[in-house]
Design a binder for this molecule. Structure first.
Ligand code: NAD
Length: 351
């Protein structure tokens, strides 16, 4: 399995190095034959090549079996004409990575702020309010006058259907419980379409329990009683916000793993950003990117029918839980290890 690794900005290079360490250990133990092919992206690429994403990277990624993208300083990248491309948007759009899978769970050995839970947010990834990716050309934010801006949100049957199917299939191999999170009371047409299609698709899965929750109320429900949820499906921006909340409720944003997948490609990417406030200090939690990489291994194993990749992914998840339970983790989850040592502690617990 050849994986392209793009470390990114801020804490990206630190958590990417820890992730590569864990992947090399898993590769050896489970005979995965992993090849990690590292390239610059973000500020490092801008300084070296005049663009945050070199154009040839897309073909390099297409020819590989998976991509790991570290967090990048997307807020800094405002002008594509000056090479400031948002790498996350670039790969999600060009590889049509329509499903963003963001699991969140609590861990033994960590105080639970809201009780134990284990859920997955399934977020539509290619349209919605994300103005930089919901148009074929141009941008869906328009400045009408210096004081008036219009932001357009796109919702399509095709994108609703495919994200609903991914969520239903995931729920069927978990606890068979799907929650559709929406705002159809206000966004009557857009979220109305999303809700209708999710209901329609869910009817095809026998035994699946389906509930519907308005997104604003969801913020209260998930804080009050997260254990009641299993798989949550929602549109792009709601999913982005909700999954940061569920990651933080699980113990830290630094535990938020995430996989962006489409029909043919997948990209592992932490749920959080480049965390400039803690960059370069060897304190960031690498678990987010390590769990994302495990999701990528599992996706690859299922795709090519090779169970050893799925076993390796399970082993990484168990090693993460063990390291956290033993306090061998970074400070945001109660440990005192640096980023590199926290990665090494996980690699050492792979069985
Ligand atoms: P952030 O997610 O980077 O950080 C929010 C808070 O969480 C900070 O206090 C940070 O220290 C903490 N945190 C994040 N990851 C952590 C980890 N692994 N371990 C411990 N603590 C962690 O959000 P921000 O500061 O608003 O954004 C910083 C930059 O990241 C911006 O340029 C933003 O646009 C960008 N961003 C990128 C992505 C991406 O690449 N996918 C996603 C979100 C934000």
């Amino acid at each position: 399995m050849r994986i392209v690794v793009l470390p990114g900005d801020g804490i990206g290079p630190e958590i990417a190095a820890a992730t590569s360490h864990v992947l090399r250990a898993a590769s050896e133990q489970f005979q995965l034959g992993l090849m990690l092919d590292e390239h610059a992206v973000g500020h490092a690429s801008l300084a070296q090549f005049g663009t945050t994403v070199r154009p040839d990277l897309l073909e390099i990624v297409r020819a590989a079996d998976g991509l790991i993208l570290g967090p990048t300083a997307t807020f800094d990248f405002k002008d594509e004409a000056r090479g400031e491309i948002n790498p996350s948007r670039y790969f999600r759009k060009n590889l049509d990575l329509f499903a963003n899978i963001r699991p969140a769970r609590t861990y033994a050995g960590r105080p639970h702020r809201v009780g134990e839970f284990d859920l997955v947010v399934v977020r539509e990834n290619t349209e919605g309010f994300y103005a930089d990716r919901n148009m074929e050309e141009g941008n869906a934010e328009l400045k009408v006058t210096p004081d008036v801006v219009v932001s357009l949100r796109r919702i399509t049957r095709q994108c609703c259907e495919r994200i609903a199917r991914v969520a239903c299939e995931l729920a069927m191999v978990r606890r068979k419980h799907l929650t559709i999170v929406h705002k159809a009371n206000v966004l009557r047409m857009g979220d109305g379409l999303f809700l209708d299609i999710c209901r329609e698709i869910a009817l095809g899965y026998s035994g699946l329990v389906v509930e519907e929750v308005l997104v604003d109320a969801m913020m209260a429900h998930v804080v009050r009683e997260p254990r009641r949820f299993d798989v949550l499906v929602t549109t792009n921006m709601f999913g982005d916000i909700l999954s940061d909340l569920t990651a933080e409720l699980s113990g830290s944003l630094g535990l938020g793993g995430s996989l962006n997948r489409g029909a043919n490609y997948a990209m592992a990417q932490a749920a959080h950003g480049s965390a400039p406030d803690i960059a370069g200090q060897d304190v960031a939690n690498p678990v987010s990117l390590i769990l994302s990489a495990a999701l990528l291994l599992s996706w690859h194993g299922e795709r090519i029918g090779a169970p050893r990749f799925i076993s390796a992914a399970d082993a990484i998840e168990k090693a993460v839980a063990k390291a956290i339970a033993e306090g061998q983790a970074s400070r945001d989850v109660g440990g005192s290890l640096g980023t590199a040592a926290a990665g090494a502690a996980i690699a050492a617990r792979l069985t």
